[in-house]
Design a protein. Structure first.
Ligand code: COA
Length: 163
């Protein structure tokens, strides 16, 4: 049976880390997005995990961030990963969509994601105007996207940092 559930760290965290290692390889720790994550703590209650017969087969991890001099609050979505044998039915969009609903229900104003616009555009993410958001490292601006949650994502501007 397939379930989409919030992360219970004691049950899921090791399997999630294992999925990320297998998906992205050790090199992913060098990415700019990881600079944000290493000083933040993910939010298990907003993260969504796809569990099939007790096994983690997909995840969208979610992290709190602050943006710009106004220190606007935002949620950072990702990494998103699905085990190779379960790709092909948009499970990555399903888990991310449910994590977006959880973020909005908890009152977070906006979501930020770095990824493929052709994929994440399907669930409402749009690419930001170039350099509206800055990151603590090199970042391909064509992959920087935002989405409204309970507020207005278009007001986010400036340097994105861990809270
Ligand atoms: C990205 C990922 C989660 C998608 O898996 P999925 O939800 O099963 O998606 P599907 O394979 O069903 O693809 C759905 C559609 O999105 C497209 N798509 C998938 N990944 C894409 C990408 N990186 N860029 C653009 N389009 C993509 C597919 O071609 C497909 O389009 P179609 O319906 O026109 O054929 C999965 O491929 C994965 O884990 N990849 C490695 C990790 C990764 O790149 N994560 C995203 C960045 S954080």
């Amino acid at each position: 049976m397939l379930e989409i559930v919030p992360e219970t760290p004691a049950l899921h965290a090791d399997a999630i880390e294992d999925l990320f290692d297998r998906t992205f390889g050790p090199g992913h720790f060098a990415k700019t997005a990881e600079r944000l994550r290493e000083f933040s703590h993910s939010l298990p209650e907003i993260t969504r995990v796809a569990v099939l017969d007790g096994r983690v087969i997909g995840v969208c991890r979610v992290w709190p961030l602050v943006v710009g001099p106004a220190r606007d609050r935002a949620l950072f979505y990702g990494p998103v990963a699905v085990t190779p044998e379960h790709r092909g039915s948009r499970l990555g969009l399903t888990v991310t969509g449910e994590a977006l609903e959880a973020g909005a229900a908890a009152g977070w104003p906006a979501a930020i994601l770095i990824g493929a616009p052709a994929y994440f555009g399907e669930i409402g993410f749009t690419v930001t105007p170039k350099n509206q958001l800055d990151f603590p490292g090199p970042q391909d601006q064509a992959r920087v996207m935002v989405r409204d949650l309970a507020g207005d994502a278009s007001r986010l501007a400036g340097l994105v940092t861990a809270p």
